[in-house]
Structure formats: C-alpha cells, structure tokens
Design a protein around this ligand. Structure first.
Ligand SMILES: [Fe+2]
Length: 333
C-alpha cells in the first residue's frame, strides 16, 4: 500500500520487491492512497487486497499510506466489514499482519494504533475508533534523503507537535515522558538546519527516530489541542498537516499554566521563550490567514471537541480559545 511518489523515490519499494523476488513471494501494489486518505480509498484498497488474496500488507510512505494500511488491514481481516465499522469501536475487528515503512519523519504512524481518515460526509478529518498497531516497523533514515526539504521540515514539525502535545497532556506518564524528553533531545540536534532545509545525514536519523519515539508517546496519551485545531486548516484550506499543526504549537505552550513543564520543554528544545519558539516556527511555515468569522467558529467548535479537550491539562475558556486562534492565524475582516 503506497501513495503516488515516495515509496518509489525513496527506494523502499524496490528493496521490498528485491526481497520478495529472492524469496519467490508473489505481490501486488495498490498505489492509490492520496494525501489525507478517504474512507472510499481504504474500501477500494481492501477490495483490491481481497481480490488478490493477500495474506499480509506492507505500507510504505508518509502518514497517509501508513494510516490507510491500518484501515485496509482491518477491513480485509474482518469479513463483510465496511468503512463505517472503522468508526464503531463496539464492532470487533481484526487486521491482517501489517508492516509499516515510513518515508517521512512526522507521523510516527508506524508505531501508533491510530489512523486519521478524511470523512467527506462530515467535511473533516477524523481518527478511526478502531485501533491497530502494525506488527513490525522498519526504519531506514536513507529513505528520507530523496524527500524535498519542505517535506522534512513540515513532517519534523508534526513530530514536534506529537512530542509537545504528549508532554503537555493529563495522560502523560513516566513512560511517555521518558519518550518525549528523549525525543525532544534528538529533535533539537537538527533544529537549526530546519530553518535552511540543508540537512546532513545525521539529521535524517535523528528526525526519524524522534518521530517514531513521539509516536510511542502519543500511543499512550493521544494528541491534544494543536492537532484538533489543525484539521480545519488541512481539510478546508489544504494546508499540509505538519504546517497546520505547527501553526498552533506556540500558542498551546504559551497557554499552559504549568511553568516548570514549559521551562523543561524550552531547555531541552533550546528555546529561550515561547516567543522565540513562535518566531522559529513562523520562519519555517509562515503564517496562515482565515476569515474572522471562520476563526471564531473554529474556536467555538474546539470548545465542544470533548475528546481533544480531555487531552489538555488545563481548562480552556472561550476567551482562551479565541486568543489561541488569534495569536496563531491572521484574521481577515
Ligand atoms: Fe500529526
């Protein structure tokens, strides 16, 4: 299961074919997973796999093919299931064996049980209710080297979002904090080169490891407000996921009242203040704008997003929600 480009460009797909050929294992490729994959696509992918009689699945790519692979694995492994069942956790589902090979350094999808799909009927992106961990994750930083610098920049910022949203989270545990603190340290090693996009070999290893470790952390805690706030920008405005998440990170950290936590984050990441973090992120992703009434409607919607509010360790008032949006986006009147 792949998208259109990175599985081939990275060389990962060829490596897998070479192994299959040497072991005489027949295979087929479904390469139609689009960015922010839809329910329709995963249903088609599952139909393709069933028709071919596949025994197991390998997902290669960024978050989209990896997330889609999980959904496809569940649909293939559960007789007569439909896409809707993925959003009903009361239906017992079982997946086919799944191997995940990332070609970006953001989602950590290779180690999480989550899959975010586009629900065109609801005009948004939403995580499926079913959970499925890949059986195996294979990480080779060499697969990142063919990616355009902006993809590394955006996906590394997504990984930063997972680290921060897992760290500033009421479900954070000693275990998840061990992951996030170590992951932030790895992330910080390549931080300055995120500004220029001129990466060195070690950066790919550090960002890829940081993104997987961040994935382990969010498997325990879930993501928090910046991810919830990002989905509108991605679905309605086409803003790439990492860029959309990065838009809201500094204001989330700033809104957090637990000073010791913030000081720890800033010292590991090498920022002297949340203002410096905000400037750093804006130098990479710029600033998005949104009509004022849409921004205010988003703030209202955030206050009714119970699932994500439960992953935020402080109380969010309407005033705070509005100011987080206003700090992060330019409101157009
Ligand atoms: Fe993310």
């Amino acid at each position: 299961m792949t998208g259109k480009h990175s599985a081939v460009a990275s060389g990962a797909q060829k490596d897998i074919f070479d192994v299959f050929d040497s072991l005489k294992i027949p295979y087929d490729v479904f390469s139609q997973v689009e960015e922010n994959p839809s329910l329709d696509t995963v249903e088609r992918g599952a139909y393709f796999g069933l028709e071919k009689g596949a025994d197991f699945i390998i997902g290669i790519g960024g978050g989209s093919p990896l997330d889609a692979s999980k959904a496809i694995s569940l649909l293939m492994g559960t007789k007569e299931s439909t896409g809707k069942d993925l959003y009903n956790k009361d239906i017992p589902m079982k997946g086919l064996p799944l191997i995940a090979i990332p070609t970006t350094c953001g989602t950590g999808s290779e180690v999480t049980p989550y899959a975010i799909l586009s629900l065109h009927e609801q005009k948004t992106k939403k995580g499926m209710s079913q959970r499925l961990f890949p059986n195996l994750a294979f990480l080779d930083p060499g697969y990142l080297e063919s990616a355009p610098p902006s993809l590394i920049q955006y996906t590394a910022i997504d990984a930063l979002g997972h680290l921060l949203e897992s760290y500033i989270n009421p479900h954070a545990s000693l275990y998840s904090k061990m992951c996030t603190e170590y992951g932030m340290g790895l992330w910080a090693k390549g931080k300055e080169r995120l500004l220029t996009g001129h990466f060195i070999k070690e950066d790919y290893e550090h960002f890829l490891a940081a993104s997987s470790i961040a994935g382990m952390a969010i498997s325990h805690t879930g993501t928090s407000l910046p991810h919830a706030m990002s989905y509108y920008l991605t679905y309605q405005k086409g803003v790439p996921h990492g860029k959309a998440v990065g838009t809201f990170l500094a204001s989330y950290v700033k809104a957090c009242p637990y000073k010791e936590l913030i000081e720890k984050v800033e010292s590991i990441l090498g920022f002297s203040s949340t203002g410096e973090m905000k400037d750093f992120l804006e130098r990479i992703i710029g600033r998005s704008s949104i009509p004022e009434e849409e921004g205010l409607a988003c703030a209202k919607a955030l206050l009714s997003n119970r699932e994500k509010l439960a992953n935020c360790p402080f109380q969010v008032t309407e005033e705070m929600a509005v100011s987080m949006y206003k700090e992060s986006l330019d409101f157009i009147r």
